[in-house]
Design a protein around this ligand. Structure first.
Ligand code: DOR
Ligand code: ZN
Length: 349
């Protein structure tokens, strides 16, 4: 008998769609699975203003396959100079849902990010006042801090004090990777949540060193020890409404990953919901996938849940070894050349 699973159409609350050929690929994969997505603003130059976000949104809409029903929800890039007036304009625009805080120097295109909390306090107060969500890349940039400790240190030194000082500000700890992150979110009430990626649920840091150095398993924040992965699976599958789906799917060209200084980022948009289904199934929690993937994120952002549905079938599918971008470039996806246990059925199947 066919085994299927029908869900409220999910949303991806953290995705990198990029531009150009990469955008065509990522937008098609994302729109085939999700009703909406929170689109990250770390382009070069970054998406700092409402006007720029609307231009970028138009680029995304133009790149979608014909007939796709997908609503890109834009994040703006917070800088030391973000004006409270711009925050107010963002709050008035239905296509913008958040500001993203990148501590300067922590990840891809974060150079223009935030150096300290003090200069952004007026913007954060404006966000709290207007109900605009703050999405945080929760890592310190201090090179003296061990790379595996950067999230825990950021939570203790930056997020806990910020949440105490501005409890009405809605904060999402993006791509949470540690027990400490999970504990902070669990114990911080309704205004603090986290997105959890499929790759941080699937593997621990050993994956990067399995038989050699594996650049395609490298992302930021970097995967941690097994006990942290277990804490993430427990949080995501527990039914706690503070944890919801955000893939952090972040494509890079193969040559930029397989390089002496390889870029951080894992491409998972081609199999996102399928991978979460696999994870929830192994945890014996398939019945909790719908809340995590389609309800809690929308509720946190104060948006209506999607009306549409998405059906998965328990049917093996082989992942392509790579996706061509043209000009000889390609993107190597998560699980390249391997087999997935769940498949997404096309609409109207
Ligand atoms: O692995 C990552 N890739 N982490 C980030 O924070 C940024 C992202 C990207 O844009 O490549
Ligand atoms: Zn990201």
């Amino acid at each position: 008998m066919r085994e299927t699973l029908t869900l409220t159409r999910p949303d991806d609350w953290h995705v990198h769609l990029r531009q150009g050929a990469m955008l065509g690929l990522a937008a098609a994969h994302t729109a085939a699975r999700f009703g909406r997505a929170a689109v990250m603003p770390n382009l070069s130059p970054p998406v700092e203003t409402v006007a720029r976000a609307l231009d970028y949104r138009a680029e995304i809409m133009a790149a979608l396959p014909a007939g796709a029903e997908f609503n890109p929800m834009m994040s703006l890039y917070l800088t030391d100079h973000t004006a409270p007036d711009e925050v107010a304009a963002a709050a008035r625009c239905a296509h913008i849902i958040a500001y993203k805080l990148y501590p300067a120097g922590t990840t891809t295109h974060s150079e223009a990010g935030v150096t300290r909390i003090a200069p952004v306090m007026p913007a954060l107060e404006a966000m709290a006042g207007h109900g605009v969500v703050l999405q945080v890349h929760a890592e310190v940039r201090d090179p003296q801090v061990d790379v595996f400790d950067r999230e825990a240190v950021f939570i203790e030194q930056v997020l806990e004090p910020l949440h105490r000082e501005l409890p009405e500000l809605k904060i999402v700890v993006e791509h949470v990777t540690t027990e400490q992150g999970v504990d902070f979110v669990r114990h911080s009430g309704d205004h603090v949540a986290a997105t959890v990626t499929a790759h941080h649920l699937l593997f621990n840091r050993n994956q990067m060193f399995r038989g050699g150095l594996r650049p395609h398993a490298y992302c930021l924040p970097v995967a941690k020890r097994e006990r942290h992965r277990v804490a993430l699976v427990e949080a995501a599958t527990s039914g706690d409404r503070s944890f919801f789906l955000g893939t952090d799917s972040a494509p890079h060209r193969r040559r930029d990953k397989e390089s002496a200084c390889g870029c951080a980022g894992i491409y998972s948009a081609h199999a996102a919901v399928e991978l979460y289904a696999e994870i929830f199934e192994s945890a014996g929690a398939l019945d909790r996938l719908e809340g995590f993937a389609g309800h809690y994120g929308a509720d946190f952002y104060g948006l209506e849940r999607n009306r549409g549905r998405l059906t998965l079938e328990k049917k093996a599918r082989r992942v392509a070894p790579a996706y061509a971008l043209g000009g000889g470039d390609e993107v190597v996806p998560l699980r390249a050349g391997e087999t997935l246990t769940w498949s997404v059925l096309p609409p109207g199947h």
